[in-house]
Write a protein that binds this ligand. Structure first.
Ligand SMILES: CC/C=C\C/C=C\C/C=C\C=C\CC(=O)SCCNC(=O)CCNC(=O)[C@H](O)C(C)(C)COP(=O)(O)OP(=O)(O)OC[C@H]1O[C@@H](n2cnc3c(N)ncnc32)[C@H](O)[C@@H]1OP(=O)(O)O
Length: 285
C-alpha cells in the first residue's frame, strides 16, 4: 500500500478543487473521451497553443486524472495532445517568471502533485506523443508505463532544462535514469538534449516510433497487451518498482519546494528565463 502518497492525495485533492473554483474558466483544457476499447479512456491535453503547464491547466489535469483513477470502469488511460503544435512545451515560463515566492510555492506543489498522481497511478498509462515534448512536458511520458512517439522531425523529446540555464529537479531525473540508464541520463541531462524520433528510440526514452497517423491506434493495441495482465498483479509489481523513487519525493517535498523557490527567485535565473522566453517569441515559424 501507499499510505504516505494516499494521505497527500486526499489533502491535495481538496486543494485542487478549491483552486479549480478560483479559476472558474469556461475553456476546457483537458478532454476525456472513452476509447473504442472497453475500460480505456483517452485524455487529450488542450491548452492551446503548446500545452504549457499553467497552474490552471495543471489543476484541471489533476482533477481529471483523479476522477479516472476513482472510476472503476477504467483500467487504462492514453494521454495525447489536442494541440497541433506540441505534445507539451513543459512548464509555462510565465508561471515561474516575475512572480512572488508564494506563487512559486503553490506552482511547484501542484507540479509535484501531478507527478505523484501519474507516477503512482494504478491505471495503465500510455503516452501517445504526437508533437514536440520538452522539459517538464516529459513529466507525462516519463511517468507513463509506455511511450509512443510520432515519427516526425519536429517531434523532439527530452529534458532540455540546462539550455534554459536551469536544472531538472531530481524527480524528473530519477525516472529518466530508471528508463534510459545512468550514463545516457548524465549525457542527456547535462547537454539538455532534445532527441529526434530515431535517436529517442535508440536511447530508450520512448518505446516505439510510428507514423503520426498511427500513434493513436498503436497506443490502443499496446494497451490491449497491457490489459491482458490481471490488474492486481500488474499494480503490485508497478508499485514495487516505483515506490522507492516516489518515496524520495513524498519524503522531501517541502525541502524540494524551498530549494526551487530560492533557486527560481535568483535574479540571474529570472534573467535567463526571460531571455529564453523572449527568444521563443522571436523564433516564430
Ligand atoms: C535547486 C533545485 C530545485 C528545483 C529545480 C530547479 C529549477 C527547475 C525549474 C523549472 C523547470 C522547468 C522545466 C520546464 O519545463 S521549462 C520549459 C521548457 N520548454 C521548452 O523549452 C519548450 C519551449 N517551446 C518550444 O520549443 C516551442 O514553443 C515548441 C517546439 C513547443 C512549439 O514551437 P512552435 O514554433 O510551433 O510554436 P511557438 O511559436 O514557439 O510557440 C507558440 C507560443 O507558445 C509560447 N510558448 C512556447 N513554450 C512555452 C513555455 N514553455 N512557456 C510559455 N510560453 C511558451 C511561445 O512563446 C509562443 O507564444 P506567442 O505566440 O509568441 O505569444
Amino acid at each position: 500500500g501507499l499510505p504516505d502518497a494516499a494521505f497527500w492525495w486526499k489533502e491535495r485533492a481538496t486543494c485542487c478543487k478549491v483552486r479549480a473554483r478560483r479559476f472558474g474558466s469556461q475553456r476546457q483544457l483537458v478532454v476525456v473521451e472513452p476509447s473504442s476499447t472497453a475500460g480505456v479512456a483517452v485524455l487529450k491535453l488542450k491548452n492551446l497553443p503548446v500545452n504549457s503547464f499553467s497552474l490552471e491547466f495543471l489543476t484541471e489535469l489533476i482533477i481529471n486524472l483523479e476522477k479516472l483513477e476513482n472510476d472503476k470502469t477504467f483500467r487504462g488511460i492514453i494521454i495525447t495532445s489536442d494541440c497541433p503544435k506540441a505534445f507539451s512545451a513543459g512548464v509555462d515560463l510565465r508561471e515561474i517568471c516575475g512572480k512572488n515566492p508564494a506563487h512559486y510555492t503553490e506552482y511547484w506543489k501542484v507540479l509535484q502533485d501531478l507527478w505523484l498522481r501519474l507516477y503512482l497511478s494504478n491505471l495503465v498509462l500510455i503516452s501517445a506523443i504526437n508533437g514536440p515534448c520538452a522539459a517538464g512536458g516529459c513529466l507525462i511520458p516519463l511517468t507513463s508505463d509506455y511511450r509512443i512517439l510520432a515519427d516526425n522531425p519536429k517531434c523532439l523529446i527530452g529534458l532540455n532544462e540546462t539550455r534554459l540555464g536551469i536544472s531538472a529537479p531530481f524527480w524528473f531525473k530519477d525516472p529518466l535514469v530508471n528508463i534510459i540508464g545512468h550514463r545516457a541520463s548524465e549525457h542527456a541531462l547535462q547537454l539538455g538534449l532534445l532527441f529526434p524520433p530515431a535517436e529517442a528510440l535508440q536511447v530508450g526514452i520512448v518505446d516505439k516510433v510510428v507514423p503520426k497517423d498511427q500513434v493513436q491506434s498503436t497506443a490502443l493495441s499496446v494497451m490491449t497487451q497491457w490489459l491482458a495482465i490481471p490488474d492486481h498483479a500488474r499494480q503490485l509489481t508497478k508499485n514495487m518498482i516505483r515506490k522507492p523513487t516516489a518515496d524520495l519525493l513524498v519524503k522531501h517535498r517541502d525541502t524540494d519546494i524551498q530549494n526551487f523557490v530560492s533557486f527560481i527567485s535568483r535574479d540571474s535565473i529570472q534573467k535567463s528565463l526571460q531571455m529564453y522566453l523572449a527568444k521563443l517569441k522571436q523564433n516564430k515559424d
